[in-house]
Design a protein around this ligand. Structure first.
Ligand SMILES: [Zn+2]
Length: 166
């Protein structure tokens, strides 16, 4: 089984195991880099793609559905591109208790970066951010100052720490 990450005809088909690694390294890099709420929300949204909680092979997504802030789209996109770059530079990989297979992982990250570089503000789902925030419970990390895991320095989602869970 696998998960599909897509933007129009561009797709990444990624095995369940590698998906967890892909999300882990993006969370580590993004948690290190994120400063604004816009940036933290994008990483927490990715952290919700937690197969240990929602089921294996169920976390594929279209990058237009990410909680982009349309008014600051370019800054947010630059942040995500930088996050992927930092992930490829193995940012905070010493927080992982395993060693990612770079040969499998890096082509996926590079394709994700390519897809992000093609995304434009008008492609984005205009209601994604507001809808996602409206669905979040009052005790959700996105409404409570964006706590991070003490062990992994990873931004937490409503499911806890993606790295602890996986
Ligand atoms: Zn953790």
């Amino acid at each position: 089984m696998s998960n599909i990450i897509s933007l129009d005809s561009d797709t990444i088909s990624i095995s369940n195991g590698l998906t967890a690694v892909f999300i882990d390294v993006l969370i580590l890099a993004g948690s290190r880099l994120a400063e604004t709420d816009d940036e933290k929300r994008l990483i927490v949204w990715l952290a919700e793609k937690d197969q240990s909680k929602v089921g294996m092979g169920t976390v594929g997504f279209d990058i237009r559905e990410m909680p982009w802030n349309i008014e600051r789209f370019e800054e947010s996109r630059r942040f995500m591109l930088k996050t992927v770059e930092l992930a490829c530079n193995k940012t905070d990989w010493d927080n992982l208790d395993y060693i990612p297979n770079e040969e499998l992982l890096f082509p996926m990250l590079n394709k994700f970066s390519y897809m992000l570089s093609k995304l434009t503000a008008k492609d984005v789902d205009q209601n994604a951010l507001a809808g996602w925030m409206a669905d979040a419970d009052l005790d959700d990390p996105v409404k409570n100052g964006f706590p991070q895991c003490e062990k992994h320095s990873a931004l937490l989602s409503c499911f806890g720490c993606h790295l602890c869970n996986n």
